[in-house]
Design a protein around this ligand. Sequence first.
Ligand code: PEP
Length: 274
Amino acid sequence: MKFLSSIMRKFVIGGNWKMQILKVEEAVSIATEIAKEINDILTENVEVFIAPSFNALYSVGKAIKGTKLKLAGQNMYFRDKGAFTGEVSADSLLDAGCEYVILGHSERRRIFGESDAVINQKVKKALEKGLKPVLCIGETAKEKEQGNTESVLRTQIEGSLADIPPEQLDQIVIAYEPVWAINNKFLNPDSEIKTATPEEAEKNHNFIRNLLKTTFGEEIAFKIPIQYGGSMKAANCEGLLKILDINGGLIGGASLSAEKFKPIIEAAVKFGKI
Ligand code: PEP
């Protein structure tokens, strides 16, 4: 077996714009600014994507073409085509210029009822079509309080990644996003939203890495980047991104302007480990 240190692992920073930027023109303008700001600072092993709303994908894709900034869908259906009102296909995401697709975000799981079985079908379809899935997992405040964090993470990983062809596994990114840390008053109405401390994040990232090792083997487990997500911003990103098993971030609120997003990308370049 190769030395793990000779294997390339990407460091991936993603901006999840959710339903926050409502006009195509605004999305294009922010994306253009982010692309301009980061083009000269990105190193070979750091990738950055943004995930605008579906209506803006094509125009944003055109605007950032030829830059280092990559495009992602926020969701995708697992069927190729057909009478599925309100859904979007992998081919449509590819047509808009997407390279990544966020799947199983906690807002999809908890507000729209997506199950691991459905997310598993989406992951398989994305991989079949050549899109890189960003698989989101994470426990709620209640699950954490009950001491169930590890069993929730295990169930989500085993269910969402069931029967994936081994040769495709290195195309996957995992985003560990504790639901209680996501800046979402709808999901966290009663609790104060806090970022995970570096110690908490490190513990759960280590757990995920070890689970990947026992499930898929050491080499694949090493190659899969594990992003942290949940209120990451300029003020806290360095403490998180310098942890060995944190290989990037999925960022909501702090990705909505170049000014807020750039310091996180700079920290990723500083701490990006191969
Ligand atoms: C997210 O929902 O993926 C996220 C991390 O959001 P925020 O950074 O706003 O907490």
